[in-house]
Write a protein that binds this ligand. Sequence first.
Ligand code: URA
Length: 228
Amino acid sequence: MRLDKFLANNTQYSRKEIKRILRADRVTLNSELVRDPAKNIQPDSDVRLDDLPVEELGAGYFMMNKPLGVVCANSDPEHETVFDLIEEPLDKLHVAGRLDIDTTGLVLITGDGKWSHRITSPRFKCEKSYIAILSDTITDRMIEKLEQGVVLEGESKRTAPAIVEKIAEDEIRLIITEGRYHQVKRMLAAVGTSVTELHRERIGKIYLDNALQPGEYRPLREEEIAIA
Ligand code: URA
């Protein structure tokens, strides 16, 4: 890989800034000053910027506590996006399972497409756990229907069986393994009620870190990446 590309991929600097940095004699390659942005580097090359080693960042894996009013799109003309809240030198990040603008809680963000596919594809039956506050009292009949699977408006295939725990008269924990468009809200609509608040607390075995305030994020730990 070219030196300027490696530096741009693994630091906060753009390719243009890297060129200036190289001209300022701030980079060494295997202990030699280097100025040529096109210089080829190998996986075992020792690249230093201001004498600090530049490490390969990899794909990047993060969890965020998504606040209300923020969208999970890459860009949006009107609203703040989760990527506006992330300060990382990685430019190819995506959300593994979006949340609606009015849903809060756990969002996983990565540059690893294979990893996010395992989370989002219904084939892998990765559980997503939501807390939903409802506009009505939940009945046993509604719970039964949700657990059996419901037909969403405009669709013909029943949703996969869900797990429902009643927390209060108007509050449930709903665990699903698919990620259809607005799925939780549409499932609740299909049984005759509506969602007034929705929060995601878990994806697979990854729980939202309750030290994260709304809008905060942190890198995933090795074991979290492995168990997703
Ligand atoms: N289901 C919804 O309806 N909305 C979300 O944000 C997530 C799941």
